[in-house]
Design a protein around this ligand. Structure first.
Ligand SMILES: [Zn+2]
Length: 245
């Protein structure tokens, strides 16, 4: 067990202000206090600049591992509100579905000021989402974009079955390319779980590809290795996120 004094001594090496940690509580269970110290320190522009796109991805992978293992880190969120009041410097931007079972901050074990989240039914990208991502990365410094799809997606099922309702009818047309790209091994309807997943997989990959094919701003950041864009799939039965690349 590492004492409070020991990890306070380690803080300078982690680039963490002791004052910031003074208001943070240690993690639950086996979470090491030093890890909690690093995780509870809010992102500053300096810390954001020092984070490479690969490190940003690693942080999300490790966060999801903690979430799945029941080792999420508890921080003082009110302290984080105070510490981010003057500005934000999140390390990643996530495009996720509105599905209530897939809140990005929770499944990646992140907190106040860590990640930008754009949520739209079926996690597709359009001009507004691309503009939001340009803001999150080029102007605000995030180093990684993740398109986060998930299993059992109602938007994907609705698109497959051709659901019609108000504005939803037009919105579901965004999934036509994914439906075209996915192979149905059996019936091409929402009762076929394998097909629903195949469309969700294709949709997340196509959305990630569109981010760089449509946005000159984001394409140029990726070319300069200032940014990475990946797709990922969240399994609602396990909470586990698999990164596709
Ligand atoms: Zn969904």
């Amino acid at each position: 067990m590492v004492g409070r004094r020991d990890f306070l001594l380690a803080l300078p090496a982690l680039g963490v202000a002791a004052a910031a940690y003074g208001s943070a509580s240690a993690g639950s269970g086996a979470a090491a206090p030093a890890l909690a110290a690093a995780e509870c320190a809010v992102f500053t522009p300096a810390r954001q600049r020092e984070t490479s796109p690969d490190e940003a991805l690693r942080m999300l992978v490790e966060g999801n591992e903690r979430f799945v293992a029941g080792r999420t880190i508890r921080c003082d969120l009110r302290a984080q509100v105070r510490e981010t009041a003057a500005g934000q410097a999140p390390f990643a931007a996530i495009v996720g579905c509105i599905d209530s079972r897939v809140p990005p901050e929770l499944v990646f074990d992140q907190r106040i000021g860590d990640v930008f989240c754009a949520r739209i039914a079926g996690n597709f990208v359009n001009d507004d989402i691309l503009g939001s991502l340009e803001f999150a990365t080029r102007l605000s410094g995030a180093r990684l974009v993740v398109v986060l799809g998930h299993s059992e997606c109602g938007a994907v099922k609705g698109a497959i079955d051709g659901a019609k309702l108000g504005y939803l009818t037009a919105m579901l047309r965004n999934f036509a390319p994914a439906i075209k790209a996915a192979r149905a091994n059996g019936e091409a309807n929402s009762k076929n779980k394998g097909y629903v997943q195949a469309v969700a997989d294709a949709n997340a990959k196509l959305a990630a590809a569109q981010i760089t094919s449509r946005s000159e701003v984001l394409r140029s950041m990726v070319a300069k290795k200032e940014l990475r864009v990946v797709s990922a799939m969240h399994d609602v039965t396990t909470g586990r996120v698999s990164f596709v690349g």
